[in-house]
Design a protein around this ligand. Structure first.
Ligand code: HEM
Ligand code: HEM
Ligand code: SF4
Ligand code: SF4
Length: 418
């Protein structure tokens, strides 16, 4: 075991320490002992001792394994190779303990025993193994029904919130959709053929528990179209303190309906006269605030589906961006044909026009929403407007003149009416 005085300091705080965990593994794994050694050296030298690796992988796949080597292989032979394997996770990370044991056994045998449950892509991350261990490890994983996830310029392993398995707010079956789309886009997942990475995350409602709007190029978020259902007597019970806000998950035992609910509605579409709660549903933007506070009084509507958003990513130069709405509402029923077709069309447009390492959201900013909408055959809708225009020029296209001449007009509810 290497001496690690700098790392040891990280064990002294009140928090769980990765150093403590790694030392426990290092007692039986020389690779992990060298991992601690090389990290200590980096802290001392104030420079990383990892090189970005060449291409490593398993036969037939271009994705799923991220090559890493140290630049000090003589000193730390255990991390001469230290590749990361991404293993595709089940929908909403539902495991049996048997499955978890299988994974751990395989990784004890073929790698460093260090796991990351889970990476931000969603996958199970196996951290650190040698090139010659990749094929045998992959063979054992596939024999147990596991598959590699996506990495590189590929479709990344989709992930979803727990949805209808445990949550009353799920507007569609996130688990089924995640599974179906993983199957549908197998080729794109395993063989990097896009300009850059492309992530898909599915949340069952606007609470967005997988943070799809911030973390996935393609975010599918459950939403309802009709009116929020109100039980007025339950609203009274919240006002009187018989029902606790947020199912008892706050320190307050009583809601002030006016201050806590009505005045915090972002679109100011609610009113309360002390007896009746009213909602102007045309103005509601489905933020979930009121429903989260009073789950026994308010429930989402029954006409359910999802909104489709594109574009979130965290580029180093421009800073983080969130996804924005492309299709405000569509039905999310198995086999999810509409979504599959939409995603395929988007990938085609992006592959055709995207520069190397340009995310789909950046391409929309560069070529404009119009170019995207025309290519994928989606009608313009007010919800797609991300920021008010700051540019006085408008470029009319011949097709606009032709359509207007034929009688096209814009209706605020129906969009373009021909
Ligand atoms: C104090 C120590 C560490 C901190 C605070 C830290 C923090 C993080 C955080 C916040 C993420 C993003 C996780 C997510 O959003 O799901 C992450 C991802 C990751 N970490 Fe660490 N980490 C630490 C140590 C390590 C070590 C020692 C390794 C490798 C031996 C490692 C390898 C990774 C990898 C490969 C990912 C990306 C996985 C993925 O998203 O695909 N981290 N880490
Ligand atoms: C100067 C040092 C490094 C820089 C500037 C760097 C930069 C980056 C960048 C920009 C990404 C893409 C992040 C994203 O857009 O999500 C990335 C991904 C990643 N890096 Fe590094 N990195 C460095 C060192 C390392 C080291 C030392 C390791 C491991 C030993 C590592 C492991 C990874 C992994 C596992 C990913 C995810 C790859 C993927 O998702 O396909 N990086 N890195
Ligand atoms: S995103 Fe919505 S449906 Fe999914 S787990 Fe969270 S609250 Fe439930
Ligand atoms: S869901 Fe949000 S926007 Fe809609 S009524 Fe409730 S607080 Fe207002």
């Amino acid at each position: 075991m290497h001496k690690t005085p700098l790392l040891d300091q990280l064990e002294s705080g009140p928090w769980p320490s990765f150093v403590k965990d790694l030392k426990r593994v290092a007692a039986r794994k020389p690779q992990t002992a060298d991992l601690l050694g090389v990290l200590e050296r980096s802290y001392k030298d104030k420079i990383t001792h990892w090189k970005h690796g060449g291409i490593v992988g398993v036969l037939g796949y271009g994705s799923g394994i991220i090559g890493r080597y140290t630049d000090l292989p003589d000193e730390f032979p255990g991390v001469e190779h230290f590749h990361t394997i991404r293993v595709n996770h089940p929908s909403a990370w539902m495991y049996t303990t048997k499955a978890l044991r299988e994974l751990c056994d395989i990784w004890d045998e073929h790698g460093s025993s260090v796991l990351n449950m889970h990476g931000s892509t969603g996958d199970i991350i196996f951290l650190g193994t040698r090139t010659e261990e990749l094929e045998p490890c992959f063979a054992k994983l596939t024999a147990k029904g596991w598959d590699l996830g996506g990495s590189g310029s590929a479709f990344r392993s989709p992930s979803c919130c727990v949805g209808p398995a445990r949550c009353e707010w799920a507007m569609y079956d996130t688990l089924e959709a995640c599974y179906e789309l993983t199957q549908e886009f197998q080729f794109d997942l395993h063989r990097p053929s896009y300009p850059y990475k492309y992530k898909l995350k599915l949340s069952g409602c606007p609470n967005d528990c997988v943070a799809a709007v911030a973390r996935a190029d393609c975010s599918v978020i459950g939403v309802w179209k009709d009116d929020i259902r109100i039980d007025q007597s339950a609203v009274q019970a919240y006002a009187g303190g018989e029902l606790k806000p947020r199912g008892g998950a706050t320190k307050w035992d009583k809601l002030d309906i006016q201050k806590d609910v009505v005045e915090l509605c972002p679109t100011q579409c609610m009113s309360w006269d002390g007896k009746t709660l009213k909602i102007n549903n045309r103005e509601c933007n489905h933020c979930m605030h009121c429903i989260n506070l009073m789950p026994q009084a308010l429930r989402p509507g029954t006409e359910r589906g999802a909104a489709f958003l594109l574009g979130s990513h965290a580029p180093i130069l421009e800073g983080a961006q969130m996804s924005w709405v492309i299709v405000p509402f569509f039905e999310m029923e198995k086999p999810f044909d509409y979504l599959k077709e939409l995603m395929t069309n988007i990938a085609e447009w992006w592959s055709e026009h995207g520069k190397n390492r340009e995310r789909v959201g950046e391409l929309i900013l560069r070529l404009g929403m119009r170019s995207l909408l025309e290519a994928i055959g989606v009608e313009p809708a007010p919800q797609q407007v991300r920021i008010p225009r700051a540019n006085p020029f408008f470029f009319w296209h011949q097709s606009d003149f032709d359509a207007e001449a034929k009688g096209r007009r814009y209706d605020t509810r129906q969009g373009f009416v021909r």
